[in-house]
Design a protein around this ligand. Sequence first.
Ligand code: GCB
Length: 646
Amino acid sequence: MRYCLLLLTLWYCAVNGLLYPAESETRQIRSLDGLWQFRLDEDGVGETEQWFAKPNLPQPTILMPVPASYNDITQNITIHRHIGWVWYARDFFIHNTAPRWVLRFQAAHYETHVWVNGQSAMNHSGGHLPFEADITRFISINESYSKVRVVVAINNTLTSTTLPPGYLHIYNPTYRYLETPFDFFNYAGIDRSVILYSTSNIYIQDIAIDTQSINFDNQHVATSAILTYSITIGGTNRANSLHVLIELLDANGIVVANNTDSQSRLVVNKPNLWEPCGMNHTHPCTEESYLYTLQVTLYNDASSSSSSSMNVVDIYRISHIGIRTIRLTDSKFLVNERPFYFHGANAHEDSDIRGKGFDRVILTKHFNLYGWLHGNAFRTSHYPYADEFYQMADRFGIAIIDETPAVGLSATQFVSQATLDHHKQVVIEMISRDRNHPSVLMWSLANEPKSDAPSAKEYFSTLANFTRPLAAGRPITYVISASYNGDQGIQFFDMICVNRYFGWYSEPGRLDQIPWLVSQELANWRRRFPNKPILMSEYGADTVPGLHNDPSFMFTEEYQNDFLSAYHGSFDNVSSIIHPDTGYFVGELVWNMFDFATEQSINRVAGLNRKGLFTRQRQPKAAAFIMKNRYEQLELIRTMKSKTIQ
Ligand code: GCB
């Protein structure tokens, strides 16, 4: 076997991802999930009093599960609505069997400071993306083991420059209120897992893959595909003594392509393609989608004539490589050069007791319900979800529109350099984390910004120009609530995604008005942007399960049924799959898959947005069956091309 010299120059894309912690022959993984010590810091004195340096957090402390939002774990309303700092701490042991240890938080909301053995290890701003630090320097590697104390301070206060933004109002010493210009509860804490992992001193730092090139024969069978990739190595100055082997393994573990350059391409003959479920009748949503594994092995110099494992420095595998292409025409969203129609329901990371805390039970139920519903797509409204959602979407063949946490932007944010800088940073972190997932078909850079403000033009033009070179072959968009003639920014993006609530926030109770309002809305957007496909990214009605009325009234299960159905005829009239020659409408995403927690308010009964097809406990309302029926029919559309779906 021949190993080429590794080039350790920084590669063309200025993004270094945080590879998902994965176990291998050279890497150990340890979960630090469990019960941590926890307390509020209502006076914000913890840092000045150096709680991070003490053997215990000052009393009173309670036990807090990680991962979980802390808000709903106790019966204490003060903890539920706390604004400001909270502290977490735990001790553990590291057995010194590896030269380098990394501490990683999959996410914590919002501003996070971490100390290891009393010393500052990392700070991070932003609630929905991972951050990590090499903590080797804080532990005594000369002993056979090290005792480690991790202390974490987290502040959930949002400001005009955080994403999402928020505004703190202090009315009196006991009444502080955080205004959140978005419609979900500002859950906080260590919401996702904490992981300790080891590597060697020299390690595979990042892998970027692009599967944008496939050759098809005239029967539309894929004859070959090209994967371009780039490997970044960390922690070394021994540039000339390293070699790399990149292997692509099929689902049976057979190597189907390999290469020994750190930036190059792999050619795959007769590839099995990744496709969103429903694009192919043999592939219903509950079956696994076709995934390859990319295996990267790093060797040191001594291995140039041998593949002895003694000389292996690091091995990393990505087990969710999907081969597929994405291309937009002026009226279609093509996956593998075939028209794709997004259908499904958006969600929040939200569940009883856990808040935004990651939970595999909730995750698995989510995807099982997606299979049951025959949904094929969702948007990670309104922030990047836990990595594990994307891994499941890769397997189940669910398309993802991956969204930044830029929800609730007003004209104030568009003139703030600090907001723009943070927005760019979040784009980098999101794309670098998620770009290797085949399920991610598009990046959404914001939800419902005040895009009809004049300053939105400059802001979104700058953001689009910044994102495009990083976008890893995906179209970019943001989700619009502004009117078709008021919006200033979408001209710089690839696709139109609009949220509309005719028959709910406007024309309440007037189901009869919905069809023409929807048709007119889509036609207006089309007239202004004849070269961009259109998707309805939200439509929905609050529904209290068990509430009935005939004729259908708002909030009843009948109204949700009739409301959703009233939109569908207008969608079908311009659907890009029902009318391949004239259609330009490429998808419909219901708001929402599940009821979810919001701030308490007069239009949110018991603090829930009730637009879910399912309750917060994941039980179906009547509309879930209506949507299941529609999605089953949408999947059959290829064989019913000329028919309109009822
Ligand atoms: C929207 C927002 C979403 C809200 C929804 C609603 O347009 O994008 O965050 O939850 O409306 O139900 O009000």
